[in-house]
Design a protein around this ligand. Structure first.
Ligand code: SF4
Length: 169
């Protein structure tokens, strides 16, 4: 199933604008980048969510939440390797040609603990944390969309900051 070229171009322009607005960069190799975006759109049509084009999805959204693009591993991979696992996103250094693109070692754990299974500390300051970019907010509910990386609400996890983590008066 191939993706309509107009839809693909629109998705590319939108992703590029969102990335730059959030301080991220798409791979400047346009044909590589378009190929990856085509894979994400194909997964969106197949599963109902845009899972990573370089990883095998289960078809169960809750199982695959961590690999919906942008995945939970993008930012640490950008820090450590200068690119995400698929090289859809690259760091400023790679973009500027100061660091070569290299293969990225998969950091997705083979067995994952579900956030819902993890008990939260009984006391502390309750926050919401975006699992994609680490944005924190102290609200009753997580925002619909992360203002930094545009990840949807289901990519947020409850997070409790221990009272002793705050600086004293
Ligand atoms: S950000 Fe993550 S999900 Fe998106 S293309 Fe890169 S590795 Fe795949």
């Amino acid at each position: 199933m191939s993706i309509d070229p107009k839809r693909l171009r629109k998705a590319y322009e939108q992703l590029k604008a969102d990335a730059e607005a959030g301080g991220y960069h798409l791979n400047p190799d346009e044909s590589w980048t378009l190929g990856l975006i085509e894979g994400i759109l194909t997964n969106e049509d197949r599963y109902g969510y845009g899972s990573c084009p370089c990883r095998l999805a289960t078809g169960e959204k809750m199982e695959d939440l961590d690999i919906i693009c942008p995945c939970d591993y993008r930012d640490p991979d950008l820090n450590d390797w200068g690119a995400c696992y698929c090289a859809l996103y690259v760091s400023s250094e790679v973009l500027a040609g100061k660091r070569p693109l290299q293969s990225v070692v998969e950091r997705r754990p083979t067995t994952r603990e579900k956030a819902a299974d993890r008990p939260l500390p009984a006391s502390g300051i309750r926050l919401w944390r975006c699992k994609v970019c680490g944005y924190l907010c102290a609200r009753e509910h997580a925002p619909d969309v992360c203002p930094i990386c545009k990840a949807k609400q289901d990519r947020f996890e409850a997070f409790v900051l221990p009272p002793d983590a705050l600086p004293g008066p």
